[in-house]
Design a binder for this molecule. Sequence first.
Ligand SMILES: Nc1ncnc2c1ncn2[C@@H]1O[C@H](COP(=O)(O)OP(=O)(O)O)[C@@H](O)[C@H]1O
Ligand SMILES: [Mg+2]
Length: 265
Amino acid sequence: MQYVIDLQGITWIRDTTTLLHNVSWQVKPKEHWAMLGLNGSGKTTLLNMITGYLWPTSGEVSVLGHRFGEIDLRELRRSIGWVSQSLQEKLHVNDYAQSIVASGKYASIGLYEQPSEADWSRAHQLMQTLGCKHLWNREFKTCSQGEKQKVLIARALMANPRILILDEPCNGLDLLSREKLLDSINELAQQEDAPTLIYVTHHTEEILPVFSHTLLLRNGEVFQSGETEQLLDEETLSQFFDAPVAVEKHQKRVYVRAVAGAKHS
Ligand SMILES: Nc1ncnc2c1ncn2[C@@H]1O[C@H](COP(=O)(O)OP(=O)(O)O)[C@@H](O)[C@H]1O
Ligand SMILES: [Mg+2]
């Protein structure tokens, strides 16, 4: 079996602090994963291992069947799309949404090469999938936060990645914008040729049913991982958050509420 992502015993020590400890994680083809963890639990650090921007102190990283150390990372990174807040800050805000999406083919900031007719048509189709084709002629800076995220996801898809990482894409969105973005992500995840999605969040309710598996990360360690439905129950989540929580399910999504009398740390 060739894993899409295969982490074996990843530990990352910075100065004297262990930021990741013995993290093992296997993602199989056709699975979409959520990664759940509180702020500072090491989620983004772990993503940096998968994209080869950080090198573990010990352990082994293989992505798409290639062991790190034996493959050209720049090559591999072309197969991985990554949407995060910091990307948004780097883009040229005066560009039109269409150019931002089309530039994803070259993973460039700004459009230096003239896209072909087929590229424009693909950009348009991706914006349609993400439910944002009406933004085609809009300057990026005039898009709302949620709209920007959709444009950036479409942009990442332009390069036909095999893995798409969404690092807290709903942060800062109001309730309705968040639901709209999640709808788009749901639409994308269900496509036959969709890349493997890794959805990173600290809110359980953002984990859509299409994310069949979840990794619970706590203090740089895997608390548990497995099938989302099995994992996100009251007992596991109370242990995970180290505080009693009540869980309610709506349309196969899990809403967590701290129970009165929960201890504060
Ligand atoms: N380059 C770095 N050097 C030292 N500490 C870091 C570095 N990057 C992240 N950290 C620390 O590692 C911990 C996990 O950070 P991060 O992976 O960003 O968490 P998350 O994405 O889950 O919020 C934090 O305590 C953060 O301060
Ligand atoms: Mg983070």
